[in-house]
Design a protein around this ligand. Structure first.
Ligand SMILES: Nc1ncnc2c1ncn2[C@@H]1O[C@H](COP(=O)(O)OP(=O)(O)OP(=O)(O)O)[C@@H](O)[C@H]1O
Length: 288
């Protein structure tokens, strides 16, 4: 599903002494099925932008079009419930939103809320479990008795069970260990491919932006300052540094290797595996 953001502005607490312009004239076109990473220094407006994508916030100015849905400043949107079914939102620490007495009821909340019968809703719950790698045996347990990783998977299942067409992920790996982070990102990338989900990831990780996104959007002080594929965006480390961002570590290493081997490397070395392959190739060349 395609997303078009036009001249979007957001002001928190307008006409009060605390008034704060968090978004400033944002224009962005996300194509259907694209994987977009939004990066930027803390407070640059990433989460504010993400929350506009399923109508959690109302624009102060401008509009957001998601498929056939329009969210516009000064207009009441009567179809927010339908929009929230289409745009699934995973917040930081989603497990904090678990509330029901069993895992089954918790995951079924969305489908029941969107009008499914109990039978349909519970069938959807069972169908979604393999996708998030959760065992059927957990269904009758209290979500509060699960491990941290399982809780997070239950919370994510509660979003995926509605079969959204757009997935908005706001720092979904916050608080996980490195293996957990990677597993979680693998889950989202496989979903993205399997279901052609348009995916918007808000992240502080340059590595994730580089490794997973087709389009990287850079925010600074409420403005969208750069957008493009990772190999374009991370070509400008000086520009990124000025706004408090780094290039991915693998790319920093690749640049050092470029220096010492006096050779130009491809500009899309964003994963450790790609970097190791390149070093191996260079070392082989040296020894021949
Ligand atoms: N509910 C709110 N009321 C008032 N100001 C807010 C509110 N939420 C966010 N802000 C302010 O708006 C600006 C943008 O915040 P936002 O959370 O969108 O940034 P962010 O880039 O997601 O930051 P982080 O990376 O730290 O999560 C910040 O200056 C923040 O203090």
């Amino acid at each position: 599903m395609e997303i078009k953001i036009k001249n979007l502005e957001h002001v928190y607490m307008p006409n009060t002494p605390f008034e704060h312009q968090a978004l400033n004239n944002i224009n962005l076109h996300i194509k259907s099925g694209q994987f977009v990473a939004i990066i930027g220094h803390t407070g640059s407006g990433k989460s504010t932008m993400a929350q506009h994508l399923n109508g959690l916030l109302k624009p102060t100015k401008g509009s957001i079009q998601i498929g056939d849905f329009f969210i516009e400043a000064n207009k009441k949107n009567k179809q927010l419930n339908k929009l929230r079914q289409l745009v699934g939102m995973v917040f930081q620490y989603p497990e904090h939103q678990l509330f029901d007495e069993t895992v089954e009821k918790d995951i079924a909340f969305g489908p029941l809320n969107f009008g499914c019968t109990k039978e349909e809703a519970f069938r959807k719950v069972r169908d979604i479990l393999p996708l998030v790698k959760l065992d059927q045996e957990l269904l009758q347990k209290s979500p509060f008795d699960l491990s941290g990783g399982q809780k997070r998977r239950v919370a994510i299942a509660g979003v995926l069970v509605n079969h959204p067409k757009v997935l908005v992920l706001d720092e979904p790996t916050a608080g996980l260990d490195p293996i957990g982070r990677r597993q979680m990102m693998e889950l989202f990338t496989s979903l993205h491919k399997l279901e052609s989900l348009t995916t918007v990831l808000v992240t502080h990780s340059m590595e994730f932006a580089a490794a997973y996104a087709d389009l990287v959007v850079v925010m600074d002080k409420g403005s969208l300052v750069m957008q493009g594929p990772p190999e374009e965006i991370f070509k400008f480390p000086e520009q990124l540094k000025k706004i408090g961002l780094n290039v991915p570590e693998t790319l920093q290493l690749a640049m050092m290797i470029e220096e010492s081997f006096k050779t130009e490397l491809p500009k899309n070395i964003f994963t450790k595996e790609a970097l190791v392959d390149t070093i191996t190739m260079l070392l082989k060349k040296e020894t021949i």
